[in-house]
Design a protein around this ligand. Structure first.
Ligand code: ZN
Length: 184
């Protein structure tokens, strides 16, 4: 499978398992680090696609445990600590009162956790990404670069009906979480 449909689940849906953790235990998680940790692994797919024209090809280091605790961790923390707060602050200044800095009743720009807590959040977010991908691709290279066989959690991982069903369910939950928490 080389079409974009094999890149399921849709990257944004990876926040579904991690956002409730922050809302339930806000002192123990950093919401931006969790979010970035959960979605950034797919960055490597986007980066490689223009060269390979193949949505599966790019899944290497950032879809591995090694990547989750190294490159993903660093990129997630940079995005969570620098990029997103700066963008949110600018948007909020330019278009005030639109909830740019709000998530689930908090201002996520000022409501940040210590670096160790943020790091754990980023790693946890990345781990959930790999876990979900293991159920949706016949090969997720979690042991990269020590890989000698394709790894997946369920034998029907690339079944189109399975992918479609789970994506539909995640899509509905995702929409519900966005409406309830984003900008609120
Ligand atoms: Zn992925």
């Amino acid at each position: 499978m080389t079409g974009p449909e094999s890149g399921m689940p849709f990257t944004a849906f990876h926040v579904v398992p991690v956002w409730p953790l922050y809302v339930r235990w806000p002192r123990h998680f950093d919401v931006l680090a969790l979010t970035m940790g959960a979605i950034l692994p797919d960055l490597e797919i986007v980066a490689v696609y223009p060269m390979t024209r193949d949505w599966e090809w790019g899944r290497t280091v950032m879809h591995s445990f090694l990547g989750v605790v190294t490159v993903n961790l660093v990129l997630s923390l940079l995005a969570a600590r620098l990029l997103i707060p700066v963008v949110a602050e600018r948007l909020d200044r330019r278009h005030p009162g639109k909830g740019w800095r709000r998530f689930a009743g908090r201002d996520y720009v000022t409501d940040r956790r210590s670096l160790p807590v943020a790091a754990v959040s980023a790693v946890l977010g990345g781990a959930t990404h790999l876990a979900i991908d293991l159920t949706h691709h016949l090969d997720t290279p979690v042991l990269w670069p020590w890989r000698d066989r394709a790894l997946h959690l369920v034998p029907w991982a690339d079944d189109p009906l399975w992918n479609l069903t789970v994506n539909a369910a995640f899509g509905v939950i995702f929409a519900g979480l966005v409406l309830r928490w984003v900008g609120k």
